[in-house]
Design a protein. Structure first.
Length: 283
């Protein structure tokens, strides 16, 4: 993009991220989109990463919260700051990611070319399997009480190379236009962790904006570093609680006959499989 590119604030929340966070910021320093500001929001880290960022880069605006406000609270601090500073749009980016140098321009182009789009997420890959898809859109099932990523674990063969509306954007990487935030509000901090992005997407859609997937933008994700791995009991427990909160808020009365029990059953099966796998690994 050339000329008067809209001002984008990139918000990266950190909590004892160490080298993971430094890798993320290093990839952001190489992006081709020029009109941006990087904001590191630190949730009370004790590993020295804030000082390390100050040492290696003068380009990053650092906000220190002094305590762990978790995903929603930390990002909301950054979003509030970005709006006060006149941001056209705000990009939330997980600290456990790296980005393609040209990733931001297609996201900005998507929402500037179509004022009806409020949020847009890129194509996201597994960092340790760089051509395997982690996110190519978000789907919600009110019958099963679950949310899933389109294309998850599939090898990228171009099958998801068309931009399209989706049901929810992922908080791992999402660009949100200012007007959508002003109308729908910020992230809901009542979620302890997980599902905040689906809730935000739902509220943005209820204000009349659409949520989009943009395959021309590419990001790589180091999965669930702070939660102890891709499949951990900690992650499963908190996803289950947050899912119940989300579906209790948005499901219709008739979904209640099915989704709580379906959700419990699926999480139980996943837990048994995970524990069985651990037993084989350590036996």
């Amino acid at each position: 993009m050339m000329g008067n590119d809209p001002l984008v604030y990139i918000i990266v929340v950190n909590w004892n991220g160490g080298q993971v966070t430094l890798d993320c910021l290093a990839s952001l320093h190489s992006i081709s989109y020029s009109n941006h500001v990087i904001v590191l929001v630190d949730n009370g880290s004790t590993d020295g990463v804030v000082q390390a960022v100050r040492t290696v880069s003068q380009r990053v605006k650092i906000i220190e919260n002094g305590k762990n406000l978790r995903f929603a609270g930390g990002n909301n601090v950054g979003i509030r700051y970005a709006l006060e500073e006149g941001a056209h749009s705000v990009l939330l980016l997980n600290n456990d990611t790296t980005v393609a140098p040209d990733f931001l321009a297609p996201l900005v182009r998507r929402i500037t070319d179509n004022p009806a789009i409020g949020m847009v997420s890129p194509k996201i890959y597994y960092h340790d399997a760089p051509s395997r898809i982690w996110f190519a859109g978000g789907e919600v099932s009110f019958w099963s009480g679950t949310m899933r990523h389109t294309g998850i674990r599939e090898a990228d063969k171009g099958q998801f190379d068309v931009a399209r509306p989706i049901e929810y954007a992922t908080g791992c990487c999402v660009l949100v236009r200012r007007e959508a935030i002003e109308q729908a509000g910020m992230l809901d901090e009542s979620y302890f962790m997980y599902t905040e992005d689906a809730d935000w997407s739902m509220r943005v859609r209820k204000t009349g904006f659409s949520v989009y997937y943009e395959p021309a933008a590419r990001v790589w994700h180091k999965l669930s570093v702070s939660a102890g791995g891709h499949l951990s009991l900690f992650k499963m427990r908190n996803k289950f609680i947050s899912n119940l909160r989300f579906f209790s808020r948005y499901a219709s009365w008739y979904h209640w006959f099915v989704f709580p029990w379906a959700n419990i059953m699926m999480n139980g099966v996943a837990a048994v499989k995970m524990l069985a796998g651990r037993g084989r690994a350590t036996g």
